[in-house]
Design a protein around this ligand. Structure first.
Ligand SMILES: Nc1ncnc2c1ncn2[C@@H]1O[C@H](COP(=O)(O)OP(=O)(O)O)[C@@H](O)[C@H]1O
Ligand SMILES: [Mg+2]
Length: 384
């Protein structure tokens, strides 16, 4: 998938902007706090119907205004044009349209524009609680498996009902009804997570080796009570405990991912550099799997890459992602000179944008003329 044009209106610190991107690498450079991440987040928002950051939709509205609107114009790998418009207002909530027609459910959109983001926020995957890793699994799998997202939403709804019921000294027939529903949706979720992680594991290990030259082997495992025995048995065995605790103590909602390096937990035993390389390997593996499953190259969003890697490693990574296996790329950095010199060396097509106080302007004069994209030059001069 390729994002040709992006329009932003009242999105965070960006009042109004129209941008045209090149099919290769698009770089957003500027000082801290200028709006680089916000642009990348807008691209993410249009793909996933939500921010990549722990921010509510209301918090994403430009201070002092009542709504935001994002529009993306895309070309799929098969050459089909797509227009996605997403607006959110304090009063009217969220509306998402594809080619002018409103979606019945937001979930129907997820997967149409696959995207993978690498950002400083990824470190939460290593350090935070298991729900962060479950959220990650859900976001990945729902891009390639639409019924999965529906199953997760139904499971969570039933879980909420069951937990409410547990607070009321329930009769066991009611509980049994909820259990059957949890088992039905839970089994689908478990199967999807298991096959996703199985596919992910060897690719993560490969990318980690390429990126780090590290001899330590890395592993990703899916941890679930359902790996051990059937869900109905688990619920049955936990019934008394659930009644005492007044919530559902076992199930899919307790799943986790185990991340290891050299056989030991990454969080405790991985150096900072190893942890960062692991996260990038994980995201690139995710990219490969989503690309394979969707038959569509995801957008690759690399936010603040130098936060993760030194210049040498970034160079290695850029060479890797400039390869045909990766499609359109968005990179942010606060140092234009170092990014530009790495890109010049890599030799592919790229476009440079300067971000200052919520204003984004093309800086193609600094990219080589043969690299400048004629269409993007036109569209951006219109926008100025
Ligand atoms: N809803 C909002 N309205 C106005 N400004 C916002 C809003 N949300 C975030 N910002 C501003 O956006 C800026 C951060 O932009 P960001 O894209 O994270 O910067 P960076 O260029 O460092 O990536 C901050 O100055 C922040 O105050
Ligand atoms: Mg940023």
């Amino acid at each position: 998938m390729r994002l040709n044009k992006l329009s932003l209106l009242n999105f965070k610190n960006i009042a109004r902007q129209e941008l045209a991107f090149c099919p290769g690498v698009n770089c957003l450079v500027g000082d801290n706090g200028t709006g680089k991440t916000n642009v990348v987040d807008a691209v993410h928002y249009l793909a996933m119907c939500k921010s990549s950051l722990p921010m509510t939709d209301t918090q994403s509205i430009l201070h002092g205004t009542d709504f935001f609107m994002l529009e993306g114009r895309y070309t799929s790998d098969a050459g089909k044009s797509e227009q996605i418009v997403c607006s959110f207002s304090r009063k009217g909530g969220k509306v998402l349209k594809r080619n002018g027609k409103e979606y019945d459910r937001l979930a129907d959109h997820v997967g149409l524009v696959p995207a993978v983001i690498v950002s400083p926020a990824d470190s939460a995957l290593i350090s935070d609680a298991a729900d962060e890793r479950r959220r990650y699994l859900n976001a990945c799998i729902s891009q390639l498996d639409r019924p999965y997202l529906a199953a997760v939403m139904r499971y969570n709804a039933v879980l909420g009902e069951r937990n409410r019921l547990l607070k009321t000294q329930p009769d066991e027939t009611m509980l049994a009804i909820y259990d059957r529903q949890l088992v039905e949706h839970g089994a689908k979720i478990h199967a999807a997570r298991q096959s996703f992680v199985e596919e992910l594991q060897p690719v993560v290990a490969d990318y980690y080796r390429t990126l780090s030259g590290d001899r330590e082997a890395v592993e990703v495992h899916y941890k679930s009570e359902l790996n051990e025995r059937p869900f109905d048995e688990i619920l049955q065995a936990a019934r008394q405990k659930d009644l005492v605790n007044e919530f559902t103590t076992s199930g899919i909602h307790r799943d986790d991912l185990t991340l290891k390096i050299g056989g030991y937990p990454l969080r405790k035993y991985g150096s900072q550099g190893q942890q960062k390389s692991f996260l990038i390997a994980l995201k690139l593996a995710q990219y490969a799997i989503v690309a394979r499953a969707c038959g569509e190259q995801p957008l690759l969003l690399l936010d603040d890459l130098f936060d993760k890697l030194d210049a040498g490693r970034v160079e290695q990574l850029i060479r890797l992602v400039a390869d045909d296996a990766f499609g359109q790329i968005f990179i942010t950095d606060c140092n234009p000179t170092r990014l530009k010199s790495i890109l010049d060396k890599a030799g592919g097509e790229y476009a440079l944008f300067r971000v200052e106080a919520g204003e984004v302007s093309p800086a193609n004069d600094t990219a080589s003329a043969k690299n400048a994209h004629p269409e993007s030059a036109d569209a951006n001069s219109d926008a100025r």
